[in-house]
Design a protein around this ligand. Structure first.
Ligand SMILES: [Zn+2]
Ligand SMILES: [Zn+2]
Length: 346
């Protein structure tokens, strides 16, 4: 597997409307949005799912993707979508004007087939006075992607259109060299495509994301485990720690509270992440049956499957605590290091 090739960070484009931007990444889709926009709802998988991006006042952007079996008529898809919106407005006795294909993003958007954009306006009596969007089919990831950006009632449609143009232009669906960037709530890291997301808890008190590549099916999977990557982030480190040292906090909150792993802190091991000294925990799964089959095959094959490792560090700059858990087969042992290299905690 290749190492992640994070594209060199784009020069911070002059923020439109004086608002800073940040990057969001989800299921291989990436885009640049205002800093206060973040995932509000996520559903589905890489081949089919949706993501709603919210700002503090409500929904701002709906992203939907699907992997159709047959070729899809994008023009028709967009037409149907706009017709549904029109019908809804009629039911609510609101005006509705379709603005047609506005060329919000270039028709020949890099590597995409048939890019169609759309726009509509209504009045201020409903949940949104206007909306702008784009749809395309992508020959690389084989998905159809639809993005729909909503205006809010205090915003003029003209202004929303320009914001939409900028944001939709930044939208892409292709990852880079087999790696996807996952980014939300100021956390950003690269994960290999073959590791589907299995947990995405995004709370004010804790961010907890986990990717699991299932154990191979059949003979090949014997004596092997599922491979996992998990990152947890806890805010306001100084409040959580209450003046106590990090190891005391982590022994309880990361090791003791872990229901699947029997972790212990390795005093003899050192690690550093992004310039921070990290505590190292290791340990086997608590379930003895899962342990035995791996041990058995390790013995026969004279290999040593690496134990699950958890690194815990405090980032003073962001006042957060991070825990990074990895469980890998021998051949993929380099992956956690590559992922950590892509993770910027501050
Ligand atoms: Zn794509
Ligand atoms: Zn940091």
């Amino acid at each position: 597997m290749n190492s992640p090739k994070t594209p060199s960070p784009e020069p911070q484009s002059a923020p439109l409307w004086g608002r800073a931007r940040h990057e969001l990444g989800w299921q291989g889709l990436t885009l640049r949005v205002p800093l206060e926009w973040n995932p509000g709802r996520v559903a589905g998988k890489r081949d089919r799912g949706d993501l709603r991006v919210d700002d503090p006042d409500g929904a701002r952007l709906e992203l939907r993707w699907e992997t159709p079996k047959n070729e899809v008529n994008i023009e028709k898809t967009v037409e149907n979508f706009v017709a549904t919106l029109a019908k809804q407005a009629k039911k609510e006795k609101r005006p509705f004007t379709s603005l047609g294909d506005l060329n919000l993003v270039s028709k020949h958007k890099k590597g995409k087939n048939r890019t169609v954009s759309f726009g509509w306006t209504s009045d201020n009596s409903g949940s949104a006075p206007c909306g702008f969007g784009v749809a395309w089919s992508c020959p690389h990831c084989e998905r159809v992607v639809v993005a729909h950006l909503l205006g809010q009632n205090h915003e003029a449609p003209r202004r929303v259109e320009r914001t939409a143009q900028e944001i939709l232009q930044s939208l892409d669906c292709d990852g880079h060299g087999g790696w996807d960037m996952w980014a939300a709530f100021e956390l950003s890291l690269d994960i290999p495509e073959e590791f589907p997301i299995a947990r995405s808890q995004m709370l004010v008190s804790k961010l907890d994301l986990e990717w699991i590549r299932p154990r191979p099916i059949g003979l090949y999977g014997w004596g092997r485990r599922a491979e996992r990557l998990r990152v947890q982030r806890f805010p306001v480190a100084n409040v959580l720690l209450e003046g106590k040292p990090l190891d005391e906090w982590a022994d309880w909150n990361i090791a003791f509270k872990n229901k699947t792993l029997s972790l212990s802190r390795r005093e003899d091991e050192e690690a550093s992440v992004n310039g921070h000294e990290a505590l190292v925990y290791r340990g086997p799964v608590r379930d003895p049956r899962a342990r035995i089959s791996v041990l058995f095959f390790d013995l026969i094959l004279r290999r040593k499957t690496p134990q699950t490792r958890v690194l815990v560090w405090r980032c003073e700059e962001s006042n957060r605590i991070f825990a990074f858990e990895s469980e890998m087969s021998l051949v993929n042992e380099h992956i956690p290091g590559d992922v950590l290299e892509s993770l910027a905690c501050h």
